[in-house]
Design a protein around this ligand. Structure first.
Ligand SMILES: N[C@@H](CCC(=O)N[C@@H](CS)C(=O)NCC(=O)O)C(=O)O
Length: 292
């Protein structure tokens, strides 16, 4: 996807480093951790990834992305809901930092395991940082880890269907509308508002209307489908041309989903935090530029 960034201030980062130097970088605060995706042994990575949230409370997560909601919104919400130690980190000099990331794109999740008793490998002695690129891989990884995924193949599939559907409609908005050439933007927006959003609403309302527990896509547990659809709904509510499509009367089930998520104190704490508000402000500024 095209760069949705605002510009950032330069800070040089070393281009080659030993594992220990990499770890120092991870600990130094301002710079992003250096890449371990292809440089660390597979058993170590698998072991770290397999640790459940409750097994290793000392794990620290960092999510690297621009100071925008964009492709990090759902990940940040899952991290906030999980109760894990986490922080958002932002590029300081993306042009240089980009070359040290797996695909030169964000978001990237860094999961640092400090010295940990459960491992017979290096984790026993040293900390290890797991690096995961690709937004969908990150989201699905965290959904599994934090229990926002299904408990059987049918639940997983239902969750996946609605999660993917919300991902598709959001990426249509970004790619077809926001990033359209100026002469086609207005036409693409009308098509999006008249066709794509109503189709999304119809299927999601229908499914949610038949939920065993109102306010959830599946069962009575929060899932990545619930979270991502609320991200989607919140985004649509900021598009003036979309606003009339939504209301508690017209789309009661999507609003129920949103209100249900708002009953989770950790979620509310995140969306009312100063950092969330700062991300709101820069997202609004960026969208204003892209809308033209
Ligand atoms: N397939 C990737 C796409 C990520 C992507 O396009 N990221 C953009 C920001 S939304 C980016 O990092 N742009 C910076 C650049 O291209 O240098 C994912 O889902 O994570």
């Amino acid at each position: 996807m095209t760069d949705l960034t605002a510009s950032a201030t330069p800070t040089p980062t070393p281009s080659t480093a030993t594992a220990d130097q990499q770890q120092q970088t991870a600990d130094s605060g301002s710079s992003i951790p250096l890449s371990t995706f292809t440089s660390t042994s597979r058993p170590e990575l698998a072991l770290a990834a397999g640790a459940t949230h409750s097994e290793d409370q000392e794990v620290v997560y960092k999510i690297l992305y621009f100071k925008l909601h964009g492709m990090a919104a759902t990940t940040r919400i899952m991290l906030a809901l999980s109760g894990a130690r986490w922080e958002s980190i932002y590029p300081q000099d993306w042009t240089n930092e980009k070359t040290q990331t797996p695909f030169g794109l964000m978001p990237i999740l860094y999961e640092t395991h400090p010295s940990s008793p459960f491992s017979s490998l290096r984790l026993g002695q040293k900390q290890l940082t797991l690096e995961i690129p690709e937004s969908e891989a990150i989201e699905r990884y965290l959904a599994r880890k934090f229990g926002f995924w299904g408990r059987n193949p049918w639940e997983e599939t239902a969750i996946h269907v609605f999660y993917c559907s919300s991902k598709s409609v959001l990426s249509l908005y970004v790619n077809k509308v926001l990033l359209a050439f100026p002469d086609t933007k207005a036409r693409e927006l009308i098509k999006f508002v008249n066709k794509e959003v109503p189709a999304w609403i119809e299927q999601h309302e229908k499914w949610l209307g038949k939920s065993e527990t109102p306010g959830f896509y599946v069962g009575n547990r929060l899932s990545i489908a619930d979270i991502h659809s609320v991200v989607c709904l919140d985004r649509f509510l900021t598009i003036p041309e979309c606003k009339d499509l939504f209301s508690p009367e017209k789309t009661p089930n999507l609003f129920r989903l949103k209100h249900n998520l708002e009953t989770y104190p950790r979620y509310t704490a995140w969306i009312t935090s100063p950092e969330f508000e700062a991300i709101n402000v820069s997202t609004r500024q960026r969208l204003a530029v892209l809308k033209g």
